[in-house]
Design a protein around this ligand. Sequence first.
Ligand SMILES: C[S@@+](CC[C@H](N)C(=O)[O-])C[C@H]1O[C@@H](n2cnc3c(N)ncnc32)[C@H](O)[C@@H]1O
Length: 183
Amino acid sequence: MDKDYFVDYCGGGSYDENYIYHSRVVECIDLVDRLGLEMDSVLVLGAATGRVLEHFNAAWDIRPHGCEISRWAHRRIPAGYRDRIRCMDMRRYVANCVRKRKHFDLLFSNSLVYLAAAEVPEFLVQCAEVSDYFHFWSSTSEDHEPNDSYRQTLKPRAWWGERFREAGFRGTRSPYLWRTVSA
Ligand SMILES: C[S@@+](CC[C@H](N)C(=O)[O-])C[C@H]1O[C@@H](n2cnc3c(N)ncnc32)[C@H](O)[C@@H]1O
C-alpha cells in the first residue's frame, strides 16, 4: 500500500478523516462490551496510521500489538503506539507470533481481503493459535449483488464463515465475532 491508498481512502479523502466510516472498530468495541467480554490484550493486523489503536486505548486502556505493511502509514502511527506495531506483512507477523507462542484475547482485522484466497485457510489456522477472539469485517465479507461486476471477484460472507469454521473458530451471537474453542 502506498501513500495514494491513504490519501484518497475508499474514494472519500484522507484515511484519517474517513476510516471511521469503513473500519467497524467502534462497532467491535461496542459488541465486545455488550457481550460482557473482558479483553486484556488486542492484536491489530493492518493498523494503518494508528487511528484504530487509539479507540482500543480510549475504551479499554489497552495499547494493541500488531503490524502494518505500509511504511508510509506506519511512520504516521503516533509514537506512543508505534513501538508495539511492527512494519511487517501480517503473514510473517502472525507466523512469528505462533513460533514465539504469543497469545492475545482479541484479534481485530479488516485486512484479510488483501490475502490471496488460497492463503486464507492456513493463515486463519495460525490466527486461531494466537487469539481467543477474532473480530472480522470487511466489505468483502458482505453478500454481494449478482450483477455487481467488481464484487463478483470478492468472497461472500458465507465463504469467510466456512474458512473460519474450518480453521477452528466457532460463531458467537454476532456474525462478525469469532471465538476459538478454548475461549
Ligand atoms: C482496509 S485498511 C484498514 C485499516 C484499519 N484496520 C482500519 O480499520 O481502519 C487495510 C490496512 O491493512 C494494511 N495491509 C494490507 N495488507 C497487509 C498485510 N499483508 N500485512 C499487514 N498489513 C496489511 C493496509 O496497508 C491498510 O493499512
